[in-house]
Design a protein around this ligand. Structure first.
Ligand SMILES: [Mg+2]
Length: 137
């Protein structure tokens, strides 16, 4: 762990796995006294609302550009993208979702949906049964 912390301190890029470990360090765990709920329900709500609010901050950059002519601050855009990812990787960690496997399965699903390239017709006429087979692998 110490080695990984030192490695991350000197790195300027992180893999999804390294980012997941680093993001866990600053992730609050919230417990409810009410035992009637899944113990992760509050954390899941925290992570999913966090993703939505961070996407809102990202959308706001482009709204202000379109509506007010405010220049796009790409440093801020990158910050918001990483904020979305922070909530996403913590959501996956809490729920034992292997994000890298999910990303791979997503591409396999899209190969079923669009064997050659994207088409509007293929987007509308999806074979969700075949796609589900890829997602369950
Ligand atoms: Mg943010």
């Amino acid at each position: 762990m110490e080695y990984q912390n030192e490695m991350m301190a000197s790195a300027t890029k992180l893999t999804v796995s390294q980012f997941t470990q680093a993001a866990a360090r600053t992730c609050a765990t919230i417990y409810l006294d009410n035992q009637a709920h899944d113990p992760n329900i509050v954390d899941n709500l925290h992570m999913t609302t966090g993703m939505v609010t961070e996407v809102g901050e990202l959308v706001d950059v482009f709204k202000k550009n379109l509506a007010y002519g405010k220049p796009i601050d790409w440093v801020n855009v990158e910050e918001e993208v990483a904020d979305v990812m922070w909530y996403l990787v913590n959501f996956c960690r809490i729920n034992h979702i292997n994000l890298e496997k999910a990303l791979y399965n997503n591409i396999q699903k899209l190969k079923v949906r669009f064997p050659d390239k994207f088409t509007g017709e293929a987007a509308i006429n999806r074979d969700t049964t075949k796609e589900r087979v890829e997602l369950e692998k």
